[in-house]
Design a protein around this ligand. Structure first.
Ligand SMILES: Cc1cc2nc3c(=O)[nH]c(=O)nc-3n(C[C@H](O)[C@H](O)[C@H](O)COP(=O)(O)OP(=O)(O)OC[C@H]3O[C@@H](n4cnc5c(N)ncnc54)[C@H](O)[C@@H]3O)c2cc1C
Length: 566
């Protein structure tokens, strides 16, 4: 694995996504250009030197459940120790809890490198960060003292326990029970697909578990959230006995083999409530927004790594004659169709990166901007961008990894090359953290419903008013923005109908394609970046414009039952 962190591209994307606006808030005094550069350099060194070498071995070795405990692949526990000692878990956490108080977007940029180098490893910090976010905002003083600080330092890790076999996308069906036991609760039930539900990389795990109180109303209103430690923690912070919970099995998966995906059994386990009874799902959504953005970043991380690998291979592999060089056998890099694939990979990866960073910057501003108006506007921007960042970027991850296999020809289908692993690893990201179909429903439903579509309209207005000099970019970009405007109007006036639900994924794709094109156009400040933005405009924006027409065709034909006999 020869991953090289693309620091210049990351710096450039930060700028395009609006990093300077973040510094102007004055909330991140430590985040000057020098610090940002130093953090990115150090992250590059760690991810290239420590995590990337474990990517293939982790894929081959996988995880094992032995004597009721999960053992991670060789080298992972030591890599995690170095991750913790390097201070990486605390980058964006608040100083009052032991964090470094740097912008969330900087931590996200670091996570991109982690995901490129080793997506399986990256899942552990992603889940811990969600738990940190949640407990920072809604933990009691005691929970913050006992649990949050350990999560911030990385000594302990966190999980999200939502899914049960009958409750996946529809969490209203959660059945895990929580019974009052004095001031605390006893949690009983089974959760499936729990990422890093057990492992040997940290001494304790803080599970955040959705469960239902006996007298709770049915549906989402009856769900509460509980903090359930793997090992019980005394009031003095000392670790005590094991809690009554265990991993029953680990899944055998298509990809991310080194990330344990556990069936977890809670057997009257000690739990503390977080927030109020009935607030469970709303609180979990706090974790999920951050996690959804992180999953989008996984798409970018894998896309970047797959692009680098394809480029390296294309420069070495000699086959065919190039119309551009006189060599009898050219490097496939010099063949126009291969160059097209490499450009597509690069353009989509860079667009998705900028979208994810812009989402993170909106989240940072929503929390830290000085005036309320900016905070409110940033909150709306974050809301509209999260489903796009998650779904569009993870689709890009799969597509780019697939093109990466194609660039390798037959060698891409052979595991030794490593291109196939990117494809397998990338495939989960459109599924978990709310499938991409659910993201599209969220965008077309709740997000377009915010202030009568203001979030989408404000974004489109800003896109339209951005000055772009290159005519070959500006014409298709403005046509695509017009298509988005038309589609947005149609989606809003048909909101909640089967027609709009059937069109939601297409609408999300149209929006993602267009916002991505806008990002590349904004960043086209040199000849190579202009060429990339022009390529994107021709290859992606042009076809996207037609999506507005397909959105309006409605769902009628989907119900033609005779297509699916039986
Ligand atoms: C490797 C892995 C790791 C995971 N990690 C975690 C974790 O750490 N914690 C956790 O709690 N869960 C985790 N999950 C679970 C994951 O979030 C769910 O698998 C996912 O949310 C989808 O739920 P489901 O599998 O039940 O699919 P279903 O909900 O059964 O969905 C099946 C299909 O129907 C579609 N669909 C369902 N409902 C709707 C709807 N209302 N509208 C339109 N389409 C719909 C979906 O888009 C999908 O295409 C993980 C899963 C995997 C595979």
């Amino acid at each position: 694995m020869t991953y090289r962190a693309p620091i210049a591209d990351i710096q450039h994307a930060l700028k395009v996504a609006g990093f300077d606006a973040l510094l102007e808030t004055g909330a991140f005094e430590g985040a000057d250009a020098e610090t940002v550069a130093a953090v990115l350099e150090a992250a590059a060194e760690f991810t290239q030197g420590v995590l990337a070498p474990l990517n293939r071995s982790g894929d081959q070795e996988g995880v094992k459940l032995e004597n009721g405990k999960v053992r991670t692949a060789s080298g992972f526990a030591d890599a995690y120790r170095q991750y913790r000692e390097g201070g990486w878990p605390s980058l964006a956490a608040a100083p009052e809890f032991g964090g470094q108080g740097l912008p969330g977007v900087l931590a996200l940029a670091v996570m991109e490198m982690v995901d490129s180098a080793n997506m399986s490893f990256g899942l552990c910090p992603i889940l811990s960060e969600g738990a940190v976010h949640l407990l920072s905002l809604h933990g009691t003083k005691r929970q913050q003292e006992l649990y949050l600080k350990k999560l911030v330092s990385g000594e302990w890790t966190g999980t999200m326990n939502l899914t049960e076999s009958q409750a996946g996308s529809d969490l209203a069906l959660v059945r895990t029970k929580a019974e009052k036991n004095g001031e605390t609760y006893r949690i009983t039930g089974q959760k499936i697909f729990i990422t890093y539900g057990d492992h040997d990389m940290a001494e304790n795990i803080v599970h955040l578990v959705l469960a239902r109180l006996p007298d709770a109303p049915p549906g989402v209103k009856g769900i509460s959230l509980f903090l359930v430690p793997k090992i019980l923690v005394g009031d003095d912070g000392k670790l005590g006995a094991a809690n009554s919970l265990r991993p029953l099995s680990v899944e055998h998966k298509l990809g991310i083999h080194a990330s344990p995906t556990c069936v977890m059994s809670y057997e009257g386990a000690y739990g503390e409530i977080v927030g109020n009874p009935g607030d469970g799902l709303a609180l979990m959504f706090l974790m999920m927004n951050a996690a959804r953005l992180h999953v989008g970043m996984e798409g970018v991380g894998v896309a970047e790594a797959a692009t680098q690998k394809a480029l390296e291979y294309a420069r070495e592999r000699r086959q065919g004659r190039s119309p551009w060089s006189k060599d009898q056998t050219a490097a496939i890099f010099d063949l126009p169709d291969v160059r097209r694939m490499l450009m597509l990979m690069t353009a989509k990866t860079q667009a998705a990166r900028a979208i994810c960073y812009a989402t993170a910057i909106a989240a940072d501003l929503a929390e830290h901007a000085r005036n309320e108006h900016t905070r409110d506007a940033a909150r709306l921007r974050e809301e509209i961008l999260v489903p796009i960042a998650k779904a569009w970027s993870t689709d890009v991850g799969v597509e780019v990894a697939s093109i990466g296999v194609q660039v390798h020809g037959g060698a891409g289908f052979i595991e030794e090359t490593g291109a196939a692993q990117f494809y397998r690893d990338a495939r989960i990201a459109p599924i978990y953290e709310g499938t991409n179909g659910i993201q599209a429903m969220d965008l077309a439903g709740r997000k377009l419903g915010l202030e009568d579509g203001k979030a989408a309209r404000d974004l489109l207005i800003e896109m339209r008013s951005t000055a772009i000099a290159d005519k070959k970019i500006v014409a298709p970009l403005h046509d695509a923005i017009a298509a988005c405007e038309r589609a947005t109007d149609w989606m809003i006036s048909n909101r909640g109908t089967p027609d709009a639900l059937a069109a939601a994924t297409t609408y999300l794709k149209l929006m993602g394609d267009t916002v991505g094109g806008w990002m590349l156009a904004k960043g086209a400040d040199s000849e190579p970046r202009q060429a990339l933005a022009r390529f994107y405009a021709a290859q992606i924006l042009h076809p996207a414009i037609g999506l507005a027409d397909t959105i309006e065709t409605g769902a009628a034909d989907l119900q033609a039952a005779e297509i699916f006999p039986g």
